[in-house]
Design a protein around this ligand. Sequence first.
Ligand code: 1PR
Length: 580
Amino acid sequence: MGLFLLDYGAGNVQSLANSLERLGHKFEWISSPDDFDRATSLIFPGVGAFPTAVDGLISRGLFEPLKAYIASGKPYFGICIGMQVLFQSSAESESSLPGLGVIPARISSFSNATKSVPHMGWNSTHLIDPSSKSASGVSDGAHYYFVHTFRAAYEPETNPEGAEWVHSVTQYGQEIFMASVRKGNVFGCQFHPEKSGEAGLRMLDAWLREPESSRAHAPPTPRIPWPPREKDGLTKRIIACMDVRANDQGDLVVTKGDQYDVREKAPEPTSTSTPASTESNTVAAHTGGAVRNLGKPVALASRYFTSGADELALLNITSFRHSPLLDQPMIAVVRAAAQAVFVPLTIGGGIRDTVDPDGTPHTALEVAGAYFRAGADKVSIGSEAVYAVEKMLANGGKGDGKSGIETISWAYGRQAVVVSIDPRKVYVDPETYDGPYKGELILASSARSKDLSKDASTNPKKAWWYQCTVSGGRESRPLSVVQLAQGVEQLGAGEILLNSIDRDGTGAGFDHDLIGLVRKAVTIPVVASSGAGKAEHFVEVFEETGVESALAAGIFHREEVGIQEVKEALRKAGIEVRGL
Ligand code: 1PR
């Protein structure tokens, strides 16, 4: 069988390549229009944005040959944008670039009136006709990973012709949309099988192993009404985060500290002890001041994948130092992690314009592209996001189109751009404070999370606002967390990773005031981060703030709490999560 993969030039296609390799399927890449003739099966893993994908296909001379390939009756499997290009058009394309027109329906956007958009996470998928033999490995009711802003609505009454193609549906909020389409030689899914853990790998394998007779001749689906249920099937995501940096020997290690200090504390010198006086003193003296080493990034990532993490994040925490693309050891880490992990991988640190030692400049888009090609699914932007919003505000509230957030979201879709925020509390007296953040003050008397500040005399604890920082908390900027969150949403970010310098590593629980504030200020999904100390903290943050996902580092690395333990606590509290 001549299996080919199609890459239009901007999508992250490495994850699919890794999945096929893991499953033992050999493939080649379509590199010229002639390759379509050699292909007997084709997969188009279109990650990114509809207009970029169609543009990319047209400029490479692949659009018409792809249309002809599909018309020839040979098996086609499109993933995400690879499914959406089958439709007539998409609301994502302002210039009204047409799709391939195979499916008589249009792609439009989700409404964000009552839910976060993009639709991001593991949602349950239901076969329209579970008795059909063309299930193609899609398990009825299974959770698959979705990440998209636009979708094809399921409308059997108003578009019966389009409904013939609908193989399975998913509900987000009160909207029912096509999760997979199937008819004749065409199969497509809106979710990412290559990022859907074992369930996704099984599905990919099932399609590739299906006999030619069914892979090229799937019957139309009967028209079945599908009214929305009271509650959708989107689960809360649990994310394991690895802060990565070089230790003093130059090896990349996962590290973790509290309040962003990742070095071991040196022992306090006493008048009676010498460094070598006891064994413990000897160890302390040797590790004091060293970068805390909690393991190798790829080994830890694999461990979290097998123990059921819904997503992983790898943050290069010393990228504020010079980090040329040419010599970027994180790329090798991402490449190796992506070969072992089949859930979404976010990479952060150093996503900005940079210059190699030989003087070669790289834009943030190029840096992100290098990570996407290595297997990252999302990039996380920290310091540069703060500068971009400062610039936007100075420019009358308009972006100049040049920031990393804007260029990356244009090319890869907003769902690929996460902004990581590192806020810190600034204490003020609410009776005398007359600054710009009056409307964002949290009063100590009505705070939902206990204030952890140590020094009550200098921190009157009467009220505070949350200030943004850059360079891993080393520098504070004149910007509040609400200004930053709303600014990055406007510039095109698809998700916010919300840390708290005050809570990081404390194990005291998430800061519900901070998370609630940001959650209300934006319509994109928010990841709650910093402070998790036990499984119940996850239950509390979901119940109190309604965030879509929660992240922890220290408790997972030190194996104090397991991911399944967290999920069990959530299930007990009636919060839906993905099983292993
Ligand atoms: O500014 O775009 O180069 O990105 C740098 C990235 O590195 C940012 O995402 C920033 O948050 C991160 N970072 C920088 N310095 C540190 C540090 O720790 N010294 N890590 C750092 C931030 C916070 C979370 C942590 C949670 C959960 N670490 O990543 O995982 O607080 O921890 P917990 O569960 O143990 O409480 P740029």
